[in-house]
Design a protein around this ligand. Structure first.
Ligand SMILES: [Zn+2]
Length: 187
């Protein structure tokens, strides 16, 4: 499974230069069915990154890779409704301040279908926050829980309209990214 690399390259202004066939296939499977190479090439990457914290942390990884001219990497989850997918994101410097972003699937666990993660399911006006990186859900009281736990805790089974998901970043992922980027979060 280690060769399952999906990726894209951006220039010094974060414009998309290249997307791999695998990456587009992955985006299409995961709720962005209208993406194709003709649409994304030349566009700013940031047109396709949702959530303020996710954008911030991605830009932090990019800045570190560029400033230190080294590959930075970060473990994350890119789950689908029926699969827990453990993956690793790597951001590698390219000449002229470009970057190559790739992700590698480390492990996949099949699980029973989770409607909350299915982009085709109808949604209410309510919102739940999901961590973009570890895919845990924020519960009342500030606890981040695995999606199965959240669904049961929030009693979402059989609900006719599920809440929408808004993207955030949990404290644990924030701290790990700060550490990878050599940022002292206590200062
Ligand atoms: Zn997280």
């Amino acid at each position: 499974m280690g060769q399952d690399l999906v990726g894209y390259r951006i220039d010094s202004e974060d414009r998309i230069l290249f997307v791999s066939h695998n990456w587009l296939k992955f985006a299409n499977r995961n709720g962005a069915p209208n993406l194709n190479g003709d649409i994304v090439i030349g566009r700013s990457l940031w047109d396709f990154v949702a959530g303020k914290e996710t954008r911030y942390l991605s830009s932090l990884l990019f800045a570190t890779a560029r400033a230190n001219q080294r590959t930075v990497s970060f473990s994350f989850r890119c789950d689908s409704p029926t699969c827990r997918r453990y993956a690793r994101l790597s951001v590698a410097p390219l000449p002229y301040n470009g970057l190559e972003v790739s992700s590698e699937t480390i492990r996949e666990d099949i699980r029973p279908y989770i409607a909350l993660l299915d982009p085709r399911v109808s949604r209410s006006g309510e919102f739940l926050t999901i961590c973009s990186w570890c895919k845990r859900i924020l519960l009342a009281g500030g606890e981040w829980a695995e999606v199965e736990v959240a669904v049961s805790r929030l009693d979402l089974f059989g609900m006719s309209l599920l809440p929408q998901l808004s993207h955030g970043v949990c404290g644990e992922c924030m701290g790990k990214i700060d550490a990878e980027c050599d940022i002292d979060s206590s200062s």
